[in-house]
Design a protein around this ligand. Structure first.
Ligand code: GCU
Length: 691
């Protein structure tokens, strides 16, 4: 064979462990060949190998794939003997790939026990496309493989939203595509007596689970964390008949350390194998977040466990902190370090070559009230990655404007109906995986620009996904790689997740404010944010003291809410649904909050002595309004070091009774999870006093 390229998996840990298992239960080597296109090659990866290895089942895994091909094309290429397949083979954890191989050569290379057949992903949902290709292929393969070979139908999965052109044909909807694909696989696997590898059903099961607010598939590809793991579990169970759920401890790759996610993946795979042509609804609990999978959230104040909060004014070694000098000189750094290494992850410094371009100026925005600009903040010389900052600065001020910096979560265009705001191009939308294109001004009620501007404040905003598209892709896209060393492609346990990337972006905006001559005063900027944006606002201000103030709106778990209260969203739940936000070390604290070396009151404390405001909503129990309030109360001792009194009372106030203390503010608005006019009015009043 020509041009074999060797790639090595790093399976050291797995192999070690499987060595023991394998010794206990020696088994014959299984030889599996997957024929198809890129989708088969994608699944024949280190997770598939690892899963078998963990099960003590020696395997040789091969794939013979032709890009984009369906059954008809594969049958034709087979018949003509075209040297057109990519032949990959994993032996003892080592992958070798050889391009330009005829199919019969791959078939003859080993005594295959199992051969799977996979058609092109869109054709998989079109019954008229399957025959005669599949029939011909079955015949062709049987002729060239040992008697008793098991032929299997490799079920592909329905697309994710930002998929190829084929997606259009299915109404952009995996819920519609799935039954077609399942029915086709059922009909033709029966017709040709093929067993089934029901990966499509596994993926759809996962999509039905409440935890998957994101997706495990992006465009055509499974993500390398849970998607890849779930496919491997399915393949393993379909081929061996052994329950994939039994291996979730034995096979724990570094790409999926969260055991709850492994269990969920294997569970969905198991149900798919039991019921390969129909979904098993995994969201069996009570409502969107209430599924039994992650434990019911607690909304009962009497069930809040007894807890002891770590003391912000005691050093790790037990010595008390009783002066501003000791706080600023020693303890602050210690706390920052703990938040970095255990929760959000470490960020890199700004990159060499950071630079800025003002690409748009409109002096007559919002009916003439403001000048609107768009500024590209390029992270380095390459200009590959950047933030598109949009700013509205009030016209006619006689001083540099104070302002709010707010990361937005639906795109700059969603802020206002002004259609001169740049809209992301098709490629950007694809990268962001925006589900449903935001309309201009779609979220305008979150951003009352007229009100903000009329009070003399500038408003600055950027879209979160300029830093990190907000889904679990195994920390690959966005700015993640900025922290990787040569050859590294996955973060260390203490390296940044999405929230740190967002906060890092806030600091890059501050760089621009400081370095460019603008009409905004960099010394008078408050971070502000709603929900994940609120978490970001606090973390950005905690780290970067150039921000003069911070406002958290409904930031909840990993924002202002105390984790130890176990009320509403928990450390476990948030990482099951949003693993992309945190560093991997945070996994250690799922169902184990007492072991956290910090709690969120210390995040607030890190903002001291600067003013901080926390807003909650009465209908947002998920974010634990009372826990958000208590963080302020328990941060107070640090403010007191500065002679600042903080919250005047420890009593959680009634709804609609804002409590403004010394450098601290708090309110509970009536209503749902959102940032609304009522919230802004309180924030503006507070800013008038302190910013
Ligand atoms: C989810 C998530 C919260 C987060 C929120 C948001 O509800 O569970 O932690 O704050 O999304 O960002 O809107």
């Amino acid at each position: 064979m020509k041009d074999p390229r060797k790639r090595h998996f790093t399976l050291a840990a797995t192999l070690l462990l499987c060595g023991t298992l394998a010794a206990a239960q020696p088994r014959d080597t299984l030889r599996i060949l997957a024929i198809g296109n890129g989708w088969s090659a994608e699944v024949c990866n280190r997770d598939l190998y690892g899963y078998f290895a963990a099960g003590g089942q020696p395997v040789v895994i091969g794939y013979a794939t032709r890009l984009g091909s369906d059954y008809a094309r594969q049958a034709e290429l087979a018949r003509s003997g075209a040297a057109d397949f990519l032949y990959g083979k994993i032996v003892e954890g080592h992958l070798t790939e050889t391009p330009g191989v005829p199919l019969d050569q791959a078939l003859g290379d080993e005594r295959w026990d199992v051969v799977s057949l996979q058609t092109q992903s869109a054709q998989a949902a079109r019954r008229e496309s399957i025959d005669p290709g599949l029939g011909q292929l079955v015949k062709y393969v049987r002729k060239r493989t040992p008697r008793g070979v098991r032929l299997m139908y490799f079920q592909t999965w329905p697309y994710a939203r930002q998929s190829t052109k084929h997606w259009m044909a299915f109404g952009h909807n995996n819920v519609d595509m799935y039954p077609l694909l399942a029915a086709v696989s059922e009909e033709f696997s029966r017709k040709y007596k093929l067993e089934v590898i029901p990966i499509g059903t596994t993926i759809q099961n996962l999509r039905s689970s409440f935890s998957m607010q994101g997706d495990v598939a992006h465009a055509d590809h499974l993500n390398r964390t849970m998607g890849s793991y779930a496919a491997a579990a399915t393949f393993y169970e379909a081929v061996t008949g052994r329950d994939a759920r039994e291996l979730t401890d034995a096979y724990a790759p570094y790409t999926l350390e969260n055991h709850i996610r492994r269990e969920m993946a294997a569970k969905c795979a198991h149900y798919a194998c039991m019921n390969p042509f129909g979904m098993t609804n995994m969201a069996s609990g009570t409502g969107a977040y209430g599924s039994a999978e992650a434990g019911l959230p607690n909304y009962d104040e009497t069930k809040v466990p007894a807890y002891t909060l770590p003391d912000p004014l005691v050093m790790n070694d037990g010595t008390p902190v009783n002066s501003v000098e000791k706080w600023e000189g020693e303890r602050r750094a210690e706390l920052l370090e703990l938040f970095r290494s255990e929760i959000y992850g470490r960020s890199p410094a700004r990159r060499a070559g950071q630079h800025y371009k003002v690409v748009l100026t409109d002096e007559n925005a919002i009916g003439g009230m403001a000048t609107r600009q768009e500024i590209l903040i390029y992270f380095d010389e390459s200009e590959e990655k950047y933030i598109r900052l949009v700013t509205w600065v009030p016209n006619g001020l006689d001083h540099p404007a104070p302002g709010f910096l707010m990361m937005n979560t639906s795109g700059n265009a969603s802020i206002n109906e002004d259609e001169s705001i740049s809209y992301p191009d098709a490629q950007q939308l694809k990268n962001y995986e925006i589900h449903g294109f935001p309309r201009y001004g779609q979220s305008r009620h979150f951003y009352p620009l007229e009100l903000i501007l009329s009070r003399g404040y500038a408003f600055l905003s950027f879209y979160k996904s300029d830093l990190d598209p907000d889904f679990d892709d195994g920390f690959q896209n966005g700015v993640h790689p900025f922290i990787f060393k040569e050859g590294q492609d996955f973060p260390e346990p203490d390296q940044w997740g999405g929230l740190s990337a967002y906060a890092w972006g806030c600091s890059r905006v501050m760089d621009w404010l400081e370095e460019a001559q603008t009409r905004v005063n960099p010394r008078r900027i408050s971070t502000i944010g709603h929900s994940r944006g609120g978490k970001t606002a606090l973390w950005a201000a905690a780290q970067d003291t150039r921000f003069a103030m911070a406002i958290s709106n409904d930031s909840g778990c990993a924002g202002a809410a105390l984790s130890r209260r176990h009320f509403g969203q928990t450390v476990r739940q948030i990482q099951t649904t949003f693993p992309q936000w945190f560093c991997r070390n945070f996994i250690k604290y799922m169902d184990n909050e007492d072991a956290l070396p910090v709690d969120q009151h210390e995040l607030i404390a890190l903002i001291a002595p600067r003013p901080v405001y926390v807003g909650s909503a009465s209908g947002d129990m998920w974010a634990d309004p009372k826990g958000e309030f208590l963080s302020l109360v328990h941060a107070r001792p640090v403010y007191e070091l500065y002679g600042i009194h903080g919250m005047p009372s420890d009593q959680w106030p009634d709804v609609r009774v804002p409590v403004i203390g010394d450098h601290m503010g708090y309110h509970v608005r009536i209503g749902r999870h959102a940032i609304l006019g009522y919230d802004w009015v309180q924030y503006l009043n507070f800013a008038d006093k302190y910013l």
